[in-house]
Design a protein around this ligand. Structure first.
Ligand SMILES: Nc1ncnc2c1ncn2[C@@H]1O[C@H](COP(=O)(O)OP(=O)(O)O)[C@@H](O)[C@H]1O
Ligand SMILES: [Mg+2]
Length: 361
C-alpha cells in the first residue's frame, strides 16, 4: 500500500497542511520542534486511531482551536481509499473510512498498515517487560483478530480476578469463586502464550537476517520468549501461588508477566547493550514486522522512521537505507546531509518550518 497524501487542519502545530508523498523515500527535514514528528504522528493515528506518543486527543488540537481534522488518501490494490479523523475539544473523536463511520478502533486495525520507528521505541529493548509484551500484542493484533479477542478476554478476566483477590480480604467466603476465574484465565492464557511464542519465532528469523545485514554480519540477534509459566503447568501454578496471590492481592502467574530476551552475539541487550546497539536492535525488530505484515496481508506496509539515524554509526545507517529500498518510507531528519552522505535516493523532500511543509525540488 502507499500513502498518496495527508491533509491536516488545526492538527498539532499545523493550521493547514497538504503533503503529497511519492514512492520510495520521502524526507521531512528541518530544525527541532518544527513539526516533523507531528506529521508522522498524524499518519500513525490513521492506522491505529491513537497517538504513538500516547497523547490524549485534546492535546492534538492546535492550541486555541476547537476542532481538528486529519485526512489521508491511501492507495491499496490500485484503489484509492480515504481515512478521515475529526477531533472535537468537548466530544469524542470521529473516524470514517471511505465515508463510513468506524465505531470501534479495532474495526480500523489493518486498513492502513504502518510500521513506525520513533525514539520512544528504544524502550522496546531498554525498558521493562511490559514494553516488550505491548510490542508483541500490538503486532499480533494487526493481523490476527482472534488473538485480539483472546487478549481482551484475558485482560478482563485478570482484572476481575485481581478485584476478587481484594474483595476476599473482607469476605473470605468469596474464595470459592476463584476457581471459575482460574479456569478462564488458563483457557485464554494458553492461547495467548502459543500465538506469542510462534510469532516471536517468526520475528526472530526476519529480525536476525535484517540485523545481520545492517551490521555487515557482525552481530547475530537472538530472541527468546521467557514465560512466567508454561501451558501445561499454568493451572497447577495458579493453585500453588494462590496463597501468595491472596497475600499480594494480585495474580502472580500467567502470560501477563512474560518477557522476551534480545541478545546480540550472546550479550543481553536489555541490560548490557550500548545505546547504539539497543537502537539498531529496536529498529531491526520493527523492520521485521514489514515482512510479516506483507506475508499475512499480501500488502507492503508504509514505513515511518522518526529520528532513526541518531546514535547509529554510518555503517548501520547505510545498512538501514539499503534494507528499506523499495518500501514507501516517510523519514525525518535534521538535514539532508545525513541522507546524501549515505547515497540515499530521496524521492521527495519537504522542508518543515513552524508548522508548514515546503516541498522542494
Ligand atoms: N496542540 C498543539 N498546538 C500547537 N502546537 C503544538 C501542539 N502540540 C505540539 N505543538 C508544537 O509542535 C512542536 C513539536 O513538533 P514536533 O513534530 O514534535 O517537532 P520536530 O520537528 O522536532 O519533530 C512544538 O513546537 C510544540 O509546541
Ligand atoms: Mg521529532
Amino acid at each position: 500500500m502507499r500513502i498518496r497524501s495527508v491533509e491536516f487542519s488545526n492538527f498539532r502545530n499545523y493550521k493547514s497542511l497538504k503533503a503529497e508523498f511519492g514512492e520510495g523515500i520521502n524526507l521531512l527535514y528541518g530544525d527541532n520542534a518544527q513539526g516533523k514528528t507531528n506529521i508522522l504522528e498524524g499518519i500513525y493515528i490513521c492506522s491505529t486511531s491513537r497517538s504513538h506518543r500516547r497523547s490524549s486527543d485534546r492535546e492534538l488540537i492546535l492550541f486555541g482551536e476547537k476542532e481538528a481534522h486529519i485526512r489521508l488518501i491511501l492507495e491499496k490494490k490500485n484503489d484509492l481509499h480515504k481515512i478521515d479523523i475529526h477531533y472535537r475539544k468537548d466530544n469524542k473523536k470521529g473516524i470514517a473510512i471511505d465515508g463510513i463511520p468506524v465505531r470501534k478502533a479495532s474495526e480500523m486495525f489493518g486498513f492502513l498498515n504502518v510500521v513506525m520507528f520513533a525514539p520512544e521505541d528504544l524502550a522496546l529493548v531498554k525498558s521493562g517487560p511490559a514494553e516488550r509484551r505491548r510490542f508483541l500484542d500490538r503486532e499480533i493484533c494487526q493481523t490476527d483478530p482472534f488473538y485480539m479477542d483472546d487478549l481482551m478476554n484475558y485482560n478482563r478476566v485478570l482484572e476481575q480476578r485481581n478485584k476478587l483477590l481484594k474483595d476476599i480480604v473482607r469476605d473470605s467466603s468469596l474464595k470459592d469463586t476463584l476457581d471459575v476465574w482460574d479456569e478462564q484465565l488458563v483457557r485464554y492464557g494458553c492461547r495467548i502464550l502459543k500465538v506469542r511464542e510462534k510469532y516471536l519465532k517468526e520475528t526472530e528469523k526476519t529480525c536476525s537476517e535484517i540485523h545481520s545485514f545492517m551490521t555487515s554480519g557482525e552481530e547475530e540477534i537472538k530472541l527468546s520468549y521467557e514465560k512466567n509459566t508454561n501451558e501445561a503447568e499454568f493451572k497447577e501454578n495458579l493453585e500453588k501461588s494462590r496463597e501468595r496471590d491472596l497475600y499480594t492481592m494480585t495474580t502472580n502467574r500467567g502470560p501477563h508477566r512474560d518477557d522476551f530476551s534480545i541478545t546480540a552475539n550472546g550479550i543481553d541487550l536489555r541490560t548490557y547493550g550500548s545505546q547504539g546497539q539497543q537502537r539498531s536492535a529496536a529498529v531491526s525488530l520493527k523492520l521485521s514486522e514489514i515482512g510479516i505484515i506483507k506475508e499475512k496481508t499480501g500488502e507492503m506496509p508504509v514505513l515511518l522512521l522518526d529520528d532513526v539515524f541518531s546514535e547509529m554509526d554510518q555503517r548501520r545507517q547505510e545498512g538501514l537505507l539499503k534494507e528499506i529500498s523499495g518500501i514507501q518510507t516517510i523519514i525525518t531528519g535534521t538535514g539532508i546531509d545525513e541522507m546524501t552522505r549515505n547515497n540515499a535516493i530521496i524521492g521527495k523532500k519537504f522542508y518543515i518550518k513552524q508548522g508548514t511543509a515546503l516541498e522542494e525540488e
